[in-house]
Design a protein around this ligand. Structure first.
Ligand code: SF4
Ligand code: SF4
Ligand code: SF4
Length: 183
């Protein structure tokens, strides 16, 4: 039997949209946390969480910054919430050229939620702590997944082959040595 079990930690923030009041404390806290110096300024445009706000319909949806995308997508969906239509872009997590969400206003670099991980003193992400209505909940899960060693080794072999093809054996060996030193 070649299967072993790998353990992975998954950190999640679950969002109960019904509890969101649109107070935007999460945006302010996130931008202050990531300011230099830390907590030195507040600017929601620098936040890695943005609250999609529709005051007339009393709809507030917090959205976390995800990955950078270089091009906006062509085919898009619409969401219908309580009779109102929202574009897919409204709830999209991407730093995308189609809008200024999740793009740092000064440097124009993409922003991504990092779960406030560079501050070990925090028991939970700051946006969760400041969310008084309890819309945001932090959860840590341990996932155990069976790993097929034969499959793993075959896919590693394929990956190495393509790296060697692209960069040459010397460069790959150098890189592996550098990585090993950093461990
Ligand atoms: S702090 Fe909580 S309630 Fe306020 S806007 Fe953010 S998610 Fe919504
Ligand atoms: S914001 Fe999201 S959904 Fe809209 S174009 Fe960009 S990637 Fe696509
Ligand atoms: S988890 Fe941290 S980085 Fe992510 S949105 Fe919340 S405050 Fe910002």
């Amino acid at each position: 039997m070649n299967a072993v079990v790998a353990t992975k930690t998954v950190k999640e923030i679950s969002i109960d949209v019904a509890k969101c009041t649109g107070c935007r404390a999460c945006e302010m806290a996130c931008s202050a946390f990531h300011a230099r110096p830390r907590y030195g300024s507040i600017n929601p445009a620098r936040s890695r969480i943005r609250v999609v706000t529709d005051e007339i319909n009393d709809e507030y949806v917090p959205v976390y910054a995800g990955y950078l995308t270089r091009k906006e997508c062509h085919g898009r969906h619409f969401y219908h919430l309580n009779g109102k239509q929202y574009s897919e872009c409204s709830f999209c997590r991407a730093a995308c050229p189609s809008r200024d969400y999740f793009i740092e206003p000064d440097s124009h670099l993409p922003l991504k939620c990092d779960m406030c991980e560079d501050e070990p003193a925090l028991a939970e992400p700051l946006c969760v702590t400041v969310c008084q209505p309890g819309c945001l909940t932090y959860e840590v899960r341990r996932l155990e997944t069976p790993v097929d060693q034969v499959q793993e080794s075959e896919s590693m072999e394929r990956g190495l082959e393509s790296l060697v093809k692209e960069h040459g054996i010397e460069a790959v060996i150098d890189q592996v040595k550098r990585l090993a030193k950093g461990r």
